[in-house]
Write a new protein. Structure first.
Length: 288
């Protein structure tokens, strides 16, 4: 076996931490991303990624690059926006997507304004785009903890989430289960965006959640198959993105997300379940 495929991870501690950190993020974020695509919440997740910025920016202003401060600030800001959007949608005629977009735009503007109060461009770049190659042991423990909490909570909510994807009206008739599943899922979304924020920054954290799930749906038909395929895409793209970053001296976060994007485009074109190639081949077979 070619040792060059693993040499960077064997020789450099920062590459090992980056790989472990990205895999930890995938474990928690990818299953959430699968349900985001099934529930048509991909753009909601993108909006929520911007919603964590003011909390992280305020924590950055008060505590600097404190790991705990940034995490708590981002989590609190994201939860506040999610709860406010849900409350407005349930008490006024405004739809949830409209209220969520409105609050997220306000949050994004507020976050950028707060960040500008402390003129340190390097730290601003880190908050917006992340730096997975600088993860330390404390950050790895945080990412592993978030992944563990996410998986345990996700297991508890799995059944109502599946029911909501298939028949949301039935779940609403069951009473509290619908609200618990909805807000529990929003909590998991924000929690994993915070994890992704430490690795990839606020602007690209959503990529590691949505792109593996979107690609997997072109290969698998069952829930288990989609989940497993999405995890394989996430793990493989994290590895390849880090290798590209190391060998070509490019930022690791964008390299990982672009690798995920390449996997999605390839799946869209050549996947075995509803891809452009598969549909065209089927049409030729039926008309032949």
């Amino acid at each position: 076996m070619d040792t060059s495929l693993f040499a960077p991870f064997a020789e450099y501690d920062f590459m090992q931490r980056a790989l472990v950190g990205s895999l930890a993020v995938c474990l928690g974020a990818v299953p959430i991303g699968v349900f985001m695509t099934l529930r048509r919440m991909s753009l909601t997740g993108d909006a929520m990624a911007h919603a964590i910025l003011p909390g992280a920016a305020t924590a950055y202003l008060l505590t600097g690059m404190s790991l705990v401060g940034l995490s708590l600030g981002g989590l609190l800001a994201g939860l506040v926006v999610a709860v406010l959007a849900g409350w407005v949608a349930r008490t006024t005629h405004s739809k949830e997507d409209t209220s969520l977009a409105s609050f997220c735009l306000i949050s994004l503007a507020l976050g950028v304004l707060v960040m500008s109060l402390k003129d340190r461009n390097a730290d601003l770049f880190h908050v917006l785009f992340g730096n997975i190659l600088s993860l330390d042991d404390a950050a790895l423990f945080l990412l592993a903890g978030i992944s563990t909490i996410s998986l345990v909570t996700f297991a508890c909510l799995f059944r109502p989430l599946v029911i909501e994807c298939v028949d949301p009206q039935f779940l609403r008739l069951e009473g509290r289960a619908s609200s618990i599943a909805h807000f529990g899922f929003l909590f998991l979304m924000v929690l994993n965006l915070v994890a992704g924020f430490h690795a990839l920054g606020t602007l690209m954290a959503i990529g590691i959640m949505i792109l593996p799930a979107a690609a997997a749906r072109f290969w698998a038909k069952t829930m288990d198959g989609i989940m497993l395929t999405a995890l394989i895409f996430g793990f493989g793209s994290s590895y390849l993105g880090l290798m590209i970053s190391f060998n070509f001296d490019v930022p690791a976060g964008p390299a990982i997300v672009l690798t995920l994007g390449t996997g999605y485009v390839g799946s869209l074109l050549f996947g075995s379940n509803g891809s452009l190639f598969e549909k065209r081949h089927t049409q030729r077979h039926l008309t032949g």
